[in-house]
Write a protein that binds this ligand. Structure first.
Ligand code: 13P
Length: 257
C-alpha cells in the first residue's frame, strides 16, 4: 500500500510552544478543508524537545496526524550522553524516524554503516524509519548520481530482511536541492525513485519493491508539489522550510486541489 506521505522536517526550528501552535493550526486548516488523512498521510518531524507536547496534543484531540523524530541513537540504552533511544521515541507515540539525513551525514559524519545501525535500532522498536539518500552537486555534475545513491541505499540496508525493508520508507533528497531553492525536476525525482525501486526489487523481490514508499525532498513548495507527486514512482514528499508555515504546508498536503 503506497498511500502518499507528506512529511514535514522542521529541522532545528520551533520550540515546544511554537510546535503546539503549528500543529493546532495545521490540523484546523486540514479538518476545515475536509482533508482525508487515509488518502494522503501527514507527518511532522519536530525537534526532540517538542515531541512530548506534540504527543499530548495529538492524543488529547485525537488528531489524525503522525509524527516522528529527526534522528535516533543506534544504541539501545546506557552511557551515551546526549543520545535519544528508539525506545524513548516509540513510547512518545512516534510512528516514524528520519535516518541518515544529509545534514547528519555532512555535519555529524554519519555514514552508511551508521545509518544501517540506526535503521536496525528503529525497526527493533516498531518505528518506521525514513532513510534519506541523495547525491551532492559534484557527484551530480560527474553524472554518477544514480550509482552514488544506490550505493547509499545498499550500504544502509545491509543485512536487513525483506520484512524489515517493507516496513521502511526511503527519501531521495539530492543535497544540491536542499534549502537552495533549486528543486530537482520531476524527471530527476522519477528517474532516481525508479532506480531505487528497481534496486529493491532485484534484492528483496517485486512485492517488497511494489509496496515501498519513496519520497522526494529538496526545495518542495506548494507550487511544485503536484508536478513531482504526479510521477509514478514518487509516493510522497519530505518538506523542510515550507513545512514551517501551516498554510503553505497544508497546501502541499492538498496538492490535488
Ligand atoms: P528544504 O525543503 O528546506 O529544501 O529541505 C529539504 C529537507 O532537507 C527535508 O528533509
Amino acid at each position: 500500500d503506497r498511500t502518499p506521505l507528506i512529511a514535514g522536517n522542521w529541522k532545528m526550528n520551533l520550540d515546544h510552544q511554537q510546535a503546539v501552535t503549528l500543529v493546532q493550526k495545521l490540523s484546523w486548516i486540514l479538518t476545515d478543508a475536509d482533508h482525508d488523512f487515509e488518502k494522503v498521510e501527514v507527518a511532522v518531524f519536530p525537534p526532540f524537545t517538542d515531541l512530548r507536547s506534540v504527543q499530548t496534543l495529538v492524543a488529547g484531540d485525537r488528531l489524525p496526524l503522525m509524527y516522528g523524530a529527526q534522528d535516533v541513537s543506534a544504541e539501545e540504552s546506557g552511557a551515551f550522553t546526549g543520545e535519544i533511544s528508539a525506545q524513548f521515541l516509540s513510547k512518545l507515540g512516534c510512528r516514524y524516524v528520519l535516518v541518515g539525513h544529509s545534514e547528519r551525514r555532512t555535519l555529524h559524519g554519519e555514514d552508511d554503516a551508521m545509518a544501517n545501525r540506526k535503521l536496525t535500532a528503529a525497526l527493533r522498536h516498531g518505528l518506521a524509519p525514513i532513510l534519506c539518500v541523495g547525491e551532492g552537486l559534484d557527484v551530480r555534475q560527474a553524472g554518477r548520481h544514480v550509482e552514488h545513491t544506490l550505493a547509499q541505499l545498499r550500504g544502509a540496508l545491509e543485512g536487513l530482511s525483506t520484512e524489515q525493508v517493507t516496513d521502511m520508507v526511503v527519501a531521495y533528497e539530492p543535497v544540491w536541492a536542499i534549502g537552495t531553492g533549486e528543486v530537482a525536476g520531476p524527471d530527476d525525482a522519477q528517474q532516481m525513485c525508479a532506480a531505487l525501486r528497481a534496486d529493491v526489487a532485484s534484492r528483496y523481490g517485486e512485492e517488497a519493491a511494489a509496496g515501498l514508499r519513496l519520497l522526494y525532498g529538496g526545495s518542495v513548495k506548494s507550487s511544485n508539489a503536484a508536478s513531482i507527486l504526479r510521477e509514478k514512482d514518487v509516493d510522497g514528499l519530505l518538506v523542510g522550510g515550507a513545512s514551517l508555515d501551516e498554510a503553505e504546508f497544508a497546501n502541499i498536503v492538498r496538492f490535488e486541489h
